[in-house]
Design a protein around this ligand. Structure first.
Ligand code: HEC
Length: 309
């Protein structure tokens, strides 16, 4: 009897209003179902509900090339080592000019590592007033090494294209920012000159800009291809014995002619024969050339020479 009294067949709203906490027991299941439905819907449209309309800004590293200027090589003039231990006022003044033109954008006019370009750099350019934390070091030799090799993996490039005397001038100016270790004659002779041959002058290679080099190479290449095509047409039309011998032993006339024009025309007959029988197919020939008599190979060699001459 007691039990029956407790089970109510209908909701007793009056009691519910008095004790609203019971309401929760009745409705939480609906919240749960709705939340689950929203969750499932969201999962479903997650891929398409929002697109990033601002293109990413990461750099295309393939397009970053440290370009060089056209420069005729030669011997960088030898320098007077005395200027390293006893810099003249002139030298330091010219170093200041160079420093402000080349280095200040990163290292700052006062050498505090706060140039305009420093903002974007990590690690930051060296503050030349600091004594601690140098990668290569603060001795004259270390500074010269930094200019010669740069600091790989940082914004500090190599300035090996500057003539030694200009580098020395810049370093002397840089050393005016703070107290740097004194330069000794021993350091100059046994380390600096021994490593970098300042007193002998440095042989400097020719430079042409990378983009120009690529164009030149592909122009040159295109010229060889055009020539190979026109010679191949001549060979195709030629019904002489040597032409037939050649045609019977090549897989691809144009390729064989191109290889001849770009590689084999500079070598003597023995090297020619040896090269061709070593890897005929890669060079445009049939494997049958391996079995050719020496005099036939010689005929091919002379024929190519004559027709491309
Ligand atoms: C593109 C910015 C940039 C320019 C231009 C630049 N530097 Fe630097 N330099 C750096 C950065 C970045 C470092 C820090 C490298 C590191 O943390 O080791 C650095 C470090 C150095 C160091 C300290 C190397 C060490 O041992 O820690 C020296 C010396 C130096 N630069 C000299 C120069 C001189 C001289 C010039 C001009 C000829 C120059 N830099 C031009 C960015 C630059």
């Amino acid at each position: 009897m007691e039990n029956k009294k407790k089970i109510e067949s209908e909701i007793n709203y009056k009691a519910l209003i008095k004790k609203p906490i019971r309401l929760f027991g009745l409705v939480y299941i609906y919240f749960f179902v709705v939340a689950l439905a929203i969750g499932l819907y969201y999962l479903n449209v997650m891929d398409t509900s929002s697109f990033n309309t601002v293109p990413g800004t990461s750099l295309d590293t393939l397009n970053i090339i440290r370009e060089v200027n056209t420069k005729v090589g030669g011997i960088k003039p030898a320098m007077d080592l005395g200027l390293i231990t006893n810099p003249t006022a002139n030298l330091i003044a010219s170093g200041k000019k160079q420093y402000e033109a080349v280095c200040a954008s990163c290292h700052g006019n006062d050498g505090k590592g706060d140039g305009v370009a420093a903002v974007a750099l990590n690690p930051k350019p060296r503050n030349f007033h600091d004594v601690q934390g140098w990668t290569n070091g603060r001795s004259f030799y270390d500074l010269y090494t930094t200019l010669n090799n740069g600091v790989p993996g940082t914004g500090m490039a190599a300035y090996e294209f500057l003539p030694p005397e200009e580098r020395v001038a810049i370093i002397h100016y840089l050393r005016t920012f703070a107290d740097y270790p004194t330069v000794t004659e021993g350091e100059v002779k046994d380390k600096l000159d021994a490593t970098y041959k300042l007193s002998a002058g440095v042989v400097d290679p020719n430079n042409i800009p990378i983009q120009k080099a690529i164009t030149l190479i592909s122009d040159e290449n295109q010229k060889s291809i055009d020539l190979a095509v026109s010679i191949s047409q001549k060979i195709e039309a030629d019904s002489g014995d040597n032409a037939i011998l050649f045609k019977n032993n090549v897989q691809n006339i144009e390729k064989a002619v191109y290889v001849y024009l770009t590689k084999l025309n500079k070598i003597d007959y023995d090297s020619f024969a040896q090269t061709i029988v070593t890897d005929p197919v890669a060079l445009g020939y049939r494997a049958s050339v391996i079995n050719l008599l020496d005099k036939d190979l010689q005929s091919i060699y002379l024929y190519l020479k004559q027709i491309s001459g």
